[in-house]
Design a binder for this molecule. Structure first.
Ligand code: LCS
Length: 380
């Protein structure tokens, strides 16, 4: 949807930095509130910049509609507050981004939602955990941080056969719609931390969701408007719009770099284990065009030596977040997944010594040289 301004035809959508929109008459205001006339009212209810990126995400995810929120957590909470009621059961995979994990296990449970986490790679475990009141199935794939691959088509089939009114919700942050389209595989709702690849430049916190028009309308007019208020600002939406213009070329380069870095790590004697979907044949079933930019690995070293390795890196930056132009490295057990108890980490297969690398857009040779210097130094 191009925005028409008489006499002006900007290529880029201008930033509509406004909290509210003028009505010509009281009747027009009333008609807009009643939903009888299209048009903007107030930015918490909608703004041209957020509408624009919602439409773009819908096109990318093959969805009827899409929307934006103030953060990935704003997207997760808006969708879950829209779907769930007290007494409902949420069935989720056990490997989740740390704050999604705490929202489910410490947040939703305070309001009477039953929450079960099981390993969604084990389809029998998923079947066995279904209850008569299961209303949502939630997972990431590849998972943060241990890159488990969950079979979207198989989970969607199990969910829809056993629970006809439940929603299958997939966090597609790690794959992006360039590599994987959960709705084409049977899921109902897609969620993103748009902070990551959708924006891609490390300068915005944002979230997005896509699904049927009916469901996204409900998320907009209830979940976002009334329950969370996690509204994205027009300027941030403008930056996401700008980032999305290069999503395909960026993700392609992230994938190429990550494949080369993963292959290098696999061959280094100081590396005990490398997890990268491109090294596993079953990724090809649902991911197309590449396997993403995230690599998780463990060293043949003590915890102190691993820390020494990370601290010695020059090109790789020690930081959480991912999907940016810069290569970032972090320690999930003490950073992104510090909300997990040691028992929950173990259940989810998130090792205490795992390191997570978000491979950036630098020259792959430079990234490899930095990692090699750090690893060779440990070997001495
Ligand atoms: N979903 C996934 C898969 C994520 O990785 C994150 C954030 C979120 C949702 C929440 O998005 P946010 O509110 O931060 O936009 N993941 C982060 C990470 O791994 N490092 O820093 C943040």
């Amino acid at each position: 949807g191009k925005i028409e301004i008489p006499g002006i035809a900007p290529l880029a959508t201008p930033i509509f930095q406004t909290s509210t929109f003028e009505f010509e008459t009281t009747a027009q205001g009333a008609h807009r509130f009643a939903g009888e006339e299209a048009g903007y009212i107030y930015t918490r209810l909608g703004n041209p910049n957020t509408t624009k990126i919602g439409e773009k995400l819908a096109a990318l995810e093959h969805a009827e509609a899409g929307m934006a929120m103030a953060s990935g957590m704003g997207a997760v909470t808006t969708v879950m507050w829209t779907v769930l009621h007290a007494g409902d059961h949420l069935l989720a995979d056990d490997a989740l981004y740390g704050c999604t994990f705490s929202f489910f296990t410490h947040g939703l449970t305070r309001y009477g939602v039953e929450v079960t986490l099981v390993d969604f790679e084990d389809l029998d475990a998923v079947r066995a955990a279904i209850r008569p009141n299961t209303k949502a199935f939630y997972f990431e794939t590849p998972t943060n941080p241990n890159l488990k691959l969950i079979d979207i088509a198989a989970i969607s089939k199990i969910a829809h056969e056993n629970c006809p009114d439940a929603k299958v919700i997939v966090d597609n942050t790690f794959a992006t719609p360039y590599l994987q389209r959960p709705l084409d595989l049977g899921a109902d709702v897609v969620i993103h931390s748009a902070t990551k690849y959708l924006n891609g430049h490390g300068d915005v916190i944002a979230g997005m969701a896509a699904g049927t028009k009916e469901f996204i309308d409900e998320c907009n007019l209830f979940g976002l408007k009334d329950m969370t208020g996690a509204v994205l600002g027009p300027f941030e939406a403008f930056l996401i719009d700008r980032g999305l213009k290069t999503l395909d070329i960026r993700v392609k380069k992230h994938c190429e770099n990550a494949m080369r870095v993963a292959t290098f790590l696999e061959g280094h004697p100081m590396v005990k284990r490398v997890i990268y979907p491109g090294l596993e044949s079953h990724a090809k079933k649902q991911m197309h065009g590449g396997f993403g930019g995230i690599i998780t690995f463990e060293l043949n070293a003590t915890r102190e030596q691993s820390a020494e390795f990370v601290n010695s890196l020059k090109l790789c930056t020690i930081a959480v977040s991912l999907g940016d132009a810069e290569t970032l490295i972090e320690h999930p057990a003490t950073m992104t997944h510090s909300t997990y108890t040691p028992e929950a980490l173990e259940q989810a297969g998130i090792g205490e010594s795992m390191l997570r690398l978000s491979v950036g857009l630098e020259d792959a040779e430079d990234i490899i040289a930095d990692l090699k210097a750090g690893l060779d130094n440990l070997q001495k």
